[in-house]
Design a protein around this ligand. Structure first.
Ligand SMILES: *Cc1c(COP(=O)(O)O)cnc(C)c1O
Length: 394
C-alpha cells in the first residue's frame, strides 16, 4: 500500500454515526454508569476521543507503539525529559532547536540534569560523550538552520550498546520522509506546528514511543503534567496529516529546484540543502530520508546583515516570519530572529553568519518562487551601499 493510501485510511470513520470526518469531542468530562464504570473516557485531560485518533494515527505513521499529543512541540520535548531524574545526563546534538536548548539550560539544569552538546554528524563524538550518568541521547536530523544530518542507525547502535535511550526530534524531516523508530530510536518527538499541521494555523507537539512500556511512562507524564492538545487542534493536525505525503513531496521537489537555482547565483557563498550532492552529509541523507524536505539555508559572499535584510524584505511570496512547514513560503534571518539570543561567536561557530537566510519553501509554483528570489537579489544588490565596516569584511 502506498504511503498516501495508508495515511488516509489510518484515520477512522466514526463508528457511532458514520461521520467521515473525525468528530470533535469538545467536552471536559464523561458521564459514568457507576463509579469507575465508563466507556474508556473519564476526564478529558486523561483522554479525549478526538485526541486519541491523532495519537493512534501518529503512532502508526512513525511505526511506533504509542503516540501522545501535547499543546506544543516544547511541551512534547518537556514530557520526554521528565523521564529522567536528578543527576542524569543527556548527550545532545550541538545544532539543537533553540527552544530545546533553553528548556535544558534554564529549566532542567537547576533540577540537576546536565547536557553535553556534540557534533553528532560524527557518531564517534556521541559515543565519546557518554558517561555512566548518561540516560538519553537527543538528536535532530536535519538540524536547524544548517541542515546537518546525523546517522540515526549508527547512533541507535551506540545507544543500545550503552543502554541509553535515543530520542529523535523528527520535525524537519516529517514521518513520510524519515522513520527514526525503524532506524533504532526509542522515542520520536515532533513539533506538529510545522509539517504535520502544515498550514501555519496551530501550535502542537507529539511524542511516539517504540514500546508500550515507554508509552505508559509518557502517558503518565502527559496526564500528571497536563500539557495536552485541545480537541479542535487535534482535529486540525489530523486534517493536516491527511495530505502530509503530498505536501512534503511537493515541498521537497520545489526546494530541490530552488537549491539548484541558488547554486548558480553569484551573490551566494554557502548553500545548505541535503538534496544537493555538495551537502557534506548528502550520502547519509540519501540512506535515511525519502525526501530532502522544504528547508534551505544560504549565506552571502558579502557577509553583511543589511544586504541580507534587504533580501528578506524584498521577496513577495516568501513572507518574513519565524516557523516553517506551511503551505506559504517563509523566509527568516536567523541572526536577528530565531538565533538572536546566541552570542555572535557561538553563532558563527555553528555556521549562522549575519547573512545566513533560511527559507521554508511552500507549495507555490517553483518557477514563481525562483523568480521571486531572483528579483529580491537584484533589488538588494542595487540598493546595497556598503558601509566602511562592510567593506572591510568583503
Ligand atoms: C518549532 C520546533 C520545535 C518547537 O515546537 P513548538 O511547537 O514551537 O513548541 C521543536 N523542535 C524543532 C526542530 C522545531 O522546529
Amino acid at each position: 500500500m502506498s504511503t498516501q493510501t495508508q495515511i488516509i485510511h489510518s484515520i477512522p470513520v466514526d463508528e457511532l454515526t458514520g461521520s467521515i470526518s473525525v468528530p470533535i469531542y469538545q467536552t471536559s468530562t464523561f458521564v459514568q454508569e457507576a463509579p469507575g464504570v465508563h466507556k474508556g473516557y473519564d476526564y478529558a485531560r486523561s483522554n479525549n476521543p478526538t485526541r486519541k485518533v491523532l495519537e493512534d494515527v501518529i503512532a502508526k505513521l512513525e511505526n511506533g507503539s504509542n503516540g501522545y499529543a501535547f499543546a506544543s512541540g516544547l511541551a512534547a520535548i518537556d514530557a520526554v525529559v521528565k523521564l529522567l531524574s536528578s543527576g542524569d545526563e543527556i548527550v545532545a546534538v550541538d545544532d539543537i532547536y533553540g527552544g530545546a536548548f533553553r528548556l535544558f539550560t534554564h529549566i532542567y539544569q537547576k533540577f540537576g540534569i546536565n547536557v553535553t552538546y556534540v557534533d553528532a554528524t560524527d557518531h564517534e563524538n556521541v559515543a565519546n560523550a557518554i558517561t555512566s550518568k548518561t540516560k538519553l541521547i537527543w538528536l535532530e536530523s536535519p538540524t536547524n538552520p544548517t541542515l546537518k544530518i546525523s546517522d540515526i542507525r549508527k547512533i541507535s547502535e551506540i545507544a543500545k550498546a550503552n543502554k541509553v535511550l535515543l530520542c529523535v526530534d523528527n520535525t524537519f524531516a516529517s514521518p513520510v520522509s524519515q522513520k527514526p523508530i525503524d532506524l533504532g530510536a526509542d522515542i520520536v518527538v515532533h513539533s506538529a506546528t510545522k509539517y504535520l499541521g502544515g498550514h501555519s494555523d496551530l501550535i502542537s507537539g507529539l511524542v511516539v514511543t517504540a514500546t508500550p512500556e515507554l508509552g505508559e511512562k509518557i502517558k503518565f507524564i502527559q496526564n500528571a503534567s497536563g500539557a495536552i492538545l485541545a480537541p479542535f487542534d487535534s482535529w486540525l493536525v489530523i486534517r493536516g496529516i491527511e495530505t502530509l505525503d503530498l505536501r512534503v513531496e511537493r515541498h521537497s521537489r520545489n526546494a530541490q529546484a530552488i537549491a539548484e537555482y541558488l547554486s548558480t547565483e553569484e551573490i551566494i557563498e554557502n548553500i545548505y540543502y541535503p538534496g544537493l550532492t555538495s551537502h557534506v552529509n548528502h550520502a547519509v541523507a540519501v540512506k535515511q530520508q525519502k525526501y530532502f524536505g522544504g528547508i534551505i539555508s544560504f549565506d552571502l559572499k558579502i557577509d553583511n546583515k543589511e544586504l541580507a535584510t534587504k533580501i528578506v524584505t524584498s521577496t513577495k511570496y516568501f513572507k518574513l516570519a519565524e516557523s516553517l512547514g506551511g503551505v506559504k513560503s517563509l523566509c527568516c534571518l536567523p541572526c536577528e530572529m530565531t538565533h538572536k539570543s546566541i552570542p555572535q561567536e557561538k553563532r558563527y561557530a555553528a555556521g549562522v553568519t549575519d547573512s545566513l537566510i533560511r527559507i521554508s519553501v511552500g507549495l507555490e509554483d517553483a518557477d514563481d518562487l525562483i523568480a521571486d528570489l531572483r528579483q529580491a537579489f537584484a533589488v538588494a544588490k542595487n540598493a546595497f551601499k556598503p558601509s566602511k565596516e562592510a567593506l572591510i569584511t568583503i
